[in-house]
Write a protein that binds this ligand. Sequence first.
Ligand code: PEP
Length: 254
Amino acid sequence: MRKPFMAGNWKMNGSISHVKEFIDGFSVSEEVVKTREIVICAPFTLLSLCSEYGAGRKPYIRFGAQNVYFEPKGAFTGEISVAMLKEAGCYCCIIGHSERRQYFGETDATVNKKMNALLDGGVLPVVCVGETLEERESGRTEAVVSGQVKGSVIASAGTKDLAGIVVAYEPVWAIGTGKTATSAQAEEVCSMIRGLLNEALGETVGNGIRILYGGSMNPANVDELMAQPNIDGGLVGGASMKPADFARIASYVE
Ligand code: PEP
């Protein structure tokens, strides 16, 4: 059984007051707390506060970062190491988000190095993949996404224990656009990703990896997306800033 993983990505949004308002305002049932993982990926500067403020109030919310550098320390001005994330209380870290691939030159090779560093340091990697609109419209979705999964994740088969990592399928054209993939479109790609993982890592590991859908997930579409057999959670941008909306998303109805 894969425990659903409901993660918010605040991107470059939020503030000290927002962290407090969000944690105070977020509320889900005990059943949801028991059966689902709830995560917020906040900007670096807010992570220690999230961990400290959340611990006494909503200890079931876990926190993660949105990027990391793969070297352990040294002359890498502006970068943050896995150990630093751990010290700030991070449970997981998003890597390879399309905004990082698009604006900051992230490649499958750097994402793979980051995944390896996170695994070595004991922080759960959430590896993002997804095609652009142009790639989808030219019939290249499968080729693009499978290339990303192979280059970012499967490249470490045999050298790293990949059991338990998280993969997020996020069609770029659905991120922040209000345009959600239909549940059938999302399931088609998530199921293709599952097939690749099973083939490369064996079914025991592959079937244990949680595959998330991300791209304008909201309270109105979450139930249908989460009903798909290979969608094990969500990576939620805009709607994760509002505690009531994210609580509804985490409380999706089966
Ligand atoms: C994201 O940031 O990963 C995302 C899916 O954003 P949104 O939910 O706003 O589309």
